[in-house]
Design a protein around this ligand. Structure first.
Ligand code: SF4
Length: 688
């Protein structure tokens, strides 16, 4: 029997039809209309029992579910009783389904009484969350994918869209082929595959996005580029943003030199932006994963507010998420500093509303630890029991070796995962077998707020169970029988949908109330739908925002922090995705053909740097930073700026010893979002 489900990889959220043996893109899905990239089209090759975690284990010994669940509940209960609720933590993932995320958040914030639940979405999107909340009063992506095809100017900044979000790229490419007058600008220090589509590639110096978009704002103000009516009727704070933006745009030569661009290219960009009402600016990890990622996001949004281009057909800022359900996790409160349904943990009225709805014994009243601080707290012993679900922090967090040591020394590390081995699983005291894609069932939300079903089409292997079931079983054994009686994921989703009535009451756009009473049959037949469920496809088109005043806010964005000393570490290392792999390769590493594109870890350097450091193209090199090192093959790449390097983020110790890029990355965080700066790590390189 064929099912409609959703791709397990990136935040584009493509629909898939499959019977388990054959697979095709879902023609009816609004994200992809039948298209699939190489990762999505090979996903069936990653299924099977090989290296699956099939039974619960305690200290390496197979145990029954009863024993494992009781052990987790007892250990967490003991720590809470002795040291308080903030001595335990959950670290979850954008791979979880919305229902899993919802009950994990409910258990930690509403029943344990701590907000120590954070997600690996902290690593990819939390700066965009801050930017959205500061500007719009809510974490909302205003536009939808259709806007990419309606736009006359698409700006792709901090995004190798061709590789990281291939179907978004294909949609833009198809629109441009149909309307060649449509312009594409790529802003990226590297020349990537995405630049093949660009009318203009701005190879900006690393970390200078605020400088560029501040200059754009100032230039628009000086050159009749502002939408005065929109600014007057729907926004606040332009004067302060302009004051902070300064007048760098008036010194074109100096500005161009600072950005590393030609005056002509800068001029073209400013004029194209001013003169193209239908402009979409897509931003992603290159913006978010910086020490000033939140300000970089707001500098982009400022330019859109100044021109009245928010939530209109073909005109919006557009944050593209990394993971399949990063958005769903954000909706139900997966970040340590927010409640469910876009409500704020600092707001007593919001807390009261959530606690009353849940009828829970308590509710966390302060933000919990963000991802990096959470593992620091494990290291210091402040957190004594941690439960990691569907993610691999030993490879994906900055200062990855330090994370490994912290977990090895921790009293209780519980890992629920669908695979049997991995760098984080090696640190686990208790392993809980979870269902994987194709076996589990639930909801995901993609980058355009479109909620789609993942559906099971193969039987559960061994004793593996859904994450929501594992969490609720532990909750019951911790003494929280009431509140976790669910028998099916549909009941959880219906409860979440009902809770969004509170979001609506507080003026938020996250409205799923139409699904509050949905039946099991309606849930099963769910078709992809954007929220707000009974609203328009775009948010804020009416000029009314989710802030207290109803106005959007310009945010003054400070100039970028200065680059650290370059004497000892003369290269700036960037990390990111390659075309055919996903995260730490837990799934894509199982499909042989996905290694045909790029088969091994590498460091890409400009040919001049290969010469400068007396390296041999194709030889092995050692990269060192102030926190770690890595051994990889070096590749000459004329698309790199001299003085920079690039390494893929995917390889782990499981696949290649000492090629983990995050062992090199120091934990430098954006002060507003707590998101680590993965993009500009000072490193040295030497022949191995
Ligand atoms: Fe899957 Fe993303 Fe490829 Fe779509 S673009 S098929 S969601 S990996």
């Amino acid at each position: 029997m064929s099912v409609c489900t959703t791709c397990p990889y990136c935040g584009v959220g493509c629909g898939i039809n499959t019977d388990g043996e054959r697979l095709s893109g879902d023609n009816a899905h609004p994200a992809n209309a039948g298209r699939l990239c190489v990762k999505g089209s090979s996903v069936l090759e990653t299924l099977g029992d090989q290296d699956r975690l099939l039974e619960p284990e305690i200290q390496g010994r197979t145990v029954s579910w009863e024993k494992a669940l009781g052990e987790v509940a007892d250990r967490f209960r003991r720590v809470i009783d002795q040291h308080g609720p903030d001595a335990v933590a959950f670290y979850v993932s954008g791979q979880l389904l919305t229902e899993d995320y919802y009950v994990a958040n409910k258990l930690m914030k509403g029943y344990i009484g701590s907000a120590n639940i954070d997600t690996n979405s902290r690593l990819c999107m939390s700066s965009a969350v801050v930017a959205h909340k500061r500007a719009f009063g809510e974490d909302v992506v205003p536009g939808c994918y259709d806007d990419l095809e309606l736009a006359d100017l698409v700006i792709l900044t901090g995004s190798n869209t061709a590789w990281a979000h291939p179907i978004v790229y294909q949609r833009i490419a198809a629109a441009k082929a149909e309307r060649p007058a449509m312009k594409v600008v790529v802003i990226d220090p590297r020349r990537t595959a995405t630049c093949d589509l660009a009318d203009l590639h701005l190879a900006i110096n690393p970390g200078q996005d605020v400088t560029l978009f501040n200059a754009l704002l100032g230039w628009l103000a000086d050159n009749n580029g502002l939408d005065d009516d929109y600014i007057r009727d729907h926004t606040e704070g332009l004067e302060q943003a302009l004051a902070q933006a300064g007048q760098g745009h008036r010194h074109a030569g100096k500005l161009a030199a600072q950005l590393g661009l030609s005056r002509q290219d800068l001029d073209s960009f400013f004029h194209w932006f001013r003169d193209t009402p239908r402009t979409v600016t897509v931003f992603s990890q290159g913006i978010n994963q910086s020490r000033n990622g939140s300000d970089q996001g707001n500098a982009i949004i400022n330019a859109h507010l100044a021109t009245g281009r928010v939530g209109k057909p073909g005109a919006s800022p557009f944050s593209i998420t990394g993971q399949p359900n990063a958005m769903g996790g954000r909706e139900v409160g997966g970040l340590a500093n927010q409640l469910a349904v876009h409500l704020d943990i600092e707001n007593p009225d919001h807390r009261q509303a959530v606690q009353t709805f849940w009828q829970s014994p308590t509710l966390a009243d302060h933000a919990g630890l963000n991802a990096v601080d959470l593992f620091r707290a494990v290291e210091s012993g402040q957190v004594k029991a941690v439960w990691i679900m569907a993610t691999n922090p030993v490879d994906s967090l900055p200062e990855a070796d330090r994370v490994r040591h912290a977990l090895m020394a921790c009293d209780t590390v519980v890992v629920s995962d669908c695979v049997a081995s991995g760098d984080t699983l090696a640190c686990a005291d208790i392993k809980l077998p979870a269902l994987g894609w194709g076996e589990k069932s639930g909801m995901v939300t993609n980058s355009e707020r479109c909620m789609s079903r993942q559906r099971a089409f193969v039987p559960a292997p061994g004793l593996a169970r859904p994450d929501w079931w594992i969490i609720t079983q532990v909750a019951r054994r911790m003494g929280f029988a009431r509140g976790f009686e669910y028998q099916h994921e549909q009941e959880i989703f219906a409860e979440y949908a009902a809770l969004t009535a509170e979001a609506v009451r507080f003026g938020k756009r996250l409205d799923l109330t139409a699904a509050a009473g949905l039946s099991a049959d309606q849930y099963e037949r769910w078709l992809p739908a954007r929220w707000p469920l009974q609203g328009a496809d775009r948010c804020f088109a009416d000029g009314r925002f989710s802030t207290a005043s109803g106005r959007a806010r310009f945010v003054p964005c400070a100039p970028p922090p200065s680059v650290e000393t370059r004497a000892e570490f003369p290269l700036l290392l960037n990390s990111g995705r390659i075309r055919d792999q996903w995260h730490t390769m837990t799934r894509t590493g199982r499909a042989g053909r996905l290694f045909a594109h790029l088969s091994e870890p590498f460091a890409a350097l400009h040919p001049n740097d290969i010469q400068r450091f007396r390296l041999c193209d194709g030889g092995f090199v050692r990269l060192t930073s102030r926190v770690g090192d890595a051994l990889v093959r070096v590749r000459a790449d004329a698309g790199q700026q001299p003085g920079t390097a690039f390494m893929p983020m995917h390889w782990t110790d499981q696949f290649s010893r000492r090629a983990r890029v995050d062992a090199l990355v120091p934990a430098r965080l954006d002060p507003h979002s707590g998101q680590p700066a993965f993009k500009h790590t000072p490193v040295n390189v030497s022949d191995w």
